[in-house]
Design a protein around this ligand. Structure first.
Ligand SMILES: [Zn+2]
Ligand SMILES: [Zn+2]
Length: 271
């Protein structure tokens, strides 16, 4: 098991429940070696904008990095950009002012609607909407070069809830284009473990997408909890890792994948 969780929210996100200190304590209790605290940078359809106070965030992170390094935890800085393809200039400004270890790009909105709810499909054929979603994923990959592309799986939750599991062959071209874009831009795909045990079960859909990712040249998948409270850190991790391995990919590990000397060991895992 790879003891990384590179997508965790703290109280620097409006919807985060725990401090960075509490997150580190929990990660150590779980035996994790690498975690990233990736708070929301979000542009809402009504024009509102949410982001952490980065100066305070970095101050707290630096304190925790020093304190917890001695206990074997590597604490990585990060952020989760909502719909980054629609806010390139603002994001460039943030990333030129602050250096983050982990940059996550996520789709949270499609056609001005929250993608977590079945009404995102209102007025659309379900397969047209899925294809639009994966087109947006490809654009996210282009806008977070070498980052983590998250939430490919998220749309299957409201979709499966409303229509049942999708026939993926009907959107194969759009999904493959998105997976190809992830690889082409040097990004890592995320498998978000948040909904893996929810019903209706759509894990087979996720497995198919991961297989296409592999066929398009993808190797590593970041298995992340997207925890908004400490009890969620590392959740459903074993289910996520099994899906990744069943697809012929390997779970992404920060230390192995970012150190050239050991990357061949990682490649070996994938073969
Ligand atoms: Zn998200
Ligand atoms: Zn998140």
């Amino acid at each position: 098991m790879i003891l990384n969780d590179l997508h965790i929210h703290s109280t620097h996100s409006l919807d985060g429940s725990n401090s960075i200190f509490e997150i580190c304590e929990q990660a150590i209790a779980l035996g994790m070696t690498h975690i990233a605290v990736t708070d929301h940078v979000e542009w809402l359809p009504d024009g509102a904008h949410q982001r952490p106070n980065f100066d305070r965030y970095f101050e707290e992170m630096r304190t925790c990095q020093r304190r917890y390094a001695a206990r074997g935890l590597t604490l990585l800085t990060g952020l989760e950009l909502g719909n980054p393809h629609e806010h390139r200039a603002e994001i460039d400004a943030i990333l030129s002012n602050y250096a983050f270890d982990v940059v996550i790009g996520s789709i949270h909105w499609l056609n001005g609607r929250n993608i977590h709810y079945p009404h995102v499909f209102d007025g659309h054929d379900q397969y047209d909407l899925y294809a639009l979603y994966f087109d947006a994923i490809a654009q996210v990959a282009a806008s977070v070069d070498c980052g983590i592309v998250a939430h490919f799986d998220r749309i299957f939750w409201p979709g499966s809830t409303r229509f049942g599991p999708p026939e993926l062959n009907r959107i194969e071209a759009a999904v493959r284009r998105a997976m190809h874009a992830v690889v082409e831009h040097g990004c890592v795909l995320e498998l978000n473990t948040r909904f893996l045990t929810h019903t209706p079960n759509w894990n087979n859909s996720l497995l198919q997408v991961l297989r296409w990712y592999r066929e398009e040249g993808g190797r590593f998948v970041a298995v992340n909890s997207d925890a908004h409270r400490v009890t969620e850190i590392g959740r459903n991790r074993h289910i996520g890792e099994e899906l990744v391995i069943a697809a012929g990919c390997a779970p992404y590990a920060w230390d192995v994948c970012t150190e050239a000397v050991t990357i061949s060991a990682m490649e070996e895992m994938v073969r």
